[in-house]
Design a protein around this ligand. Structure first.
Ligand SMILES: Nc1ncnc2c1ncn2[C@@H]1O[C@H](COP(=O)(O)OP(=O)(O)OP(=O)(O)O)[C@@H](O)[C@H]1O
Length: 241
């Protein structure tokens, strides 16, 4: 299934209080778009709108895929909180999507993903006995298991130590090759490492941070990567990119 591009245009209010006005976000087909910006500006709301989930507010505008098809049924969403089912073990959580749809999960793929997120020795553990970083890796394996053309990730690596984070970034990037990915992150280094396109959402609206060179995954220590991180950091501090 080819991955479509996405576009969200419109206004959003919470109980009559505007969160954003005239937002126009394009998510390019088949690549990684990273969305950064201050806390509370509406990044998770954008993801929830694209995913067709409840936001608690009111949206006026258009949300669509550039191939004219529906977004629903083609999307996988990893929320900021891991949303693991406490009554299911690691394997049960990773295969939850298929089970909810009444399908037989691909057991071999589940085992492989559980191993690749480093949880092969914990497959029968319940979420309550896992660390925050382990739980986040279960949620990552679950979203990768869904194998959808559109994938929305809300700070998916935030609970991980530096080494595991780098490994999970590489796993997600490799597994989601050719998918349309929208990644919300607070980490400029992560965005520069993974993004084909970078956007900053602020109180003043959406701006693109242009100038990315080379293909991701980028080397963290390459001079152009470091320069881009500095530009992005300055933009996030309110300076000029
Ligand atoms: N259900 C809700 N009802 C009312 N207000 C809400 C609701 N959900 C979120 N908000 C408000 O909407 C605003 C945007 O929230 P959102 O979670 O989209 O921000 P964010 O940019 O993702 O923040 P963060 O980076 O901290 O995750 C915040 O001010 C938040 O308090």
């Amino acid at each position: 299934m080819p991955a479509p591009g996405l576009r969200l245009r419109g206004d959003f209010d919470h109980a009559g209080v505007p969160l954003f006005r005239d937002l126009d976000l394009t998510v390019a087909a088949g690549g990684w778009t990273c969305l950064l910006g201050p806390s509370g500006v509406g990044k998770s709301t954008v993801l929830r709108l694209l995913a067709g989930l409840e936001t608690g507010g009111s949206f006026t505008g258009e949300i669509g895929a550039d191939d004219g098809g529906p977004i629903a049924g083609r999307i996988a969403f990893m929320a900021q909180t891991d949303l693991l089912a406490p009554w299911l073990d690691v394997r049960g959580n990773v295969t939850l999507g298929a089970r909810l749809r009444g399908e037989t999960p691909d057991a071999a793929r589940a085992e492989e993903l559980i191993a690749r997120v480093g949880l092969a020795d914990h497959v029968h553990k319940w979420p309550a006995s896992l660390s925050g970083g382990m739980r986040q890796r279960v949620a990552l394996a679950r979203v990768l298991m869904e194998d959808r053309p559109i994938v929305l990730l809300d700070e998916p690596f935030g609970a991980l130590d530096a080494r595991t984070r780098a490994e999970m970034q590489e796993l997600a990037f490799e597994t989601l090759t050719g998918r349309t990915v929208l990644l919300v992150t607070h980490d400029p280094a992560e965005a520069v490492r993974l993004g084909h396109h970078l956007f900053i959402l602020s109180e003043n609206g959406l701006s693109e941070c242009a100038g990315l060179e080379n293909e991701p995954v980028r080397a963290v220590d390459a001079p152009e990567t470091i320069e881009m991180q500095v530009r992005l950091f300055r933009s996030l501090r309110g300076g000029v990119a």
